[in-house]
Design a protein around this ligand. Structure first.
Ligand code: SAM
Length: 157
């Protein structure tokens, strides 16, 4: 099973990039995990928030395949413990799903058209994080989930 984190725009801060790269390197030992980046929209000052979300949605939807299992990272989604998230991944790994695509929204979240395509919505907290920070938090949780599944001493509860 391949896992993709689909993001909009480059990761801006070096300290975030370093953190994300650290977990991506570690994740190589556990499975196929990649980050796919949709280029940031230009001239967004001329757009309303809804227009920006709609344009981002067009780019997101173009990147998805009918066979992808789509999970939106969304503060209004389901909240799981790290163990529950590990079990979620484990169940998907033995299901017919071959591509899990987690998507981080743009700075204003998702357009309705993206919500309509989603199979699941996952919240990392009730708090709102920036679309940049979420990438690092998610990468760490993915790594944590794989270590839980392998019984490795990274997660303690
Ligand atoms: C600044 S937030 C957008 C907030 C927007 N008001 C909304 O309702 O979605 C940008 C993106 O970061 C991600 N995000 C932020 N906080 C999150 C959380 N607690 N759990 C999961 N994803 C989150 C989501 O993908 C969101 O679309």
């Amino acid at each position: 099973m391949k896992i993709t984190l689909l993001i909009i725009g480059k990761t801006e801060e070096n300290w975030l990039k370093e953190g994300i790269d650290k977990y991506l390197k570690r994740l190589k030992f556990y499975g196929k995990v990649e980050i796919a980046e949709i280029p940031e929209l230009k001239n967004t000052k001329a757009l309303t928030r809804d227009q920006q979300k709609a344009k981002e949605a067009e780019l997101i939807l173009k990147r998805l395949l009918p066979t992808d299992h789509i999970i939106l990272l969304d503060e209004k989604g389901v909240q799981l413990t790290s163990r529950q998230f590990a079990e979620y991944l484990d169940k998907k790994a033995v299901s017919p799903v071959s591509n899990l695509v987690f998507i981080v929204g743009g700075p204003y979240g998702f357009d309705e058209s993206v919500y309509q395509k989603a199979n699941d919505k996952l919240s990392l907290s009730k708090m709102t994080f920036s679309h940049q920070m979420v990438r690092l938090f998610f990468a760490e949780q993915l790594y944590r989930a794989f270590t839980i599944l392998k019984g490795e001493p990274y997660h303690h509860d």
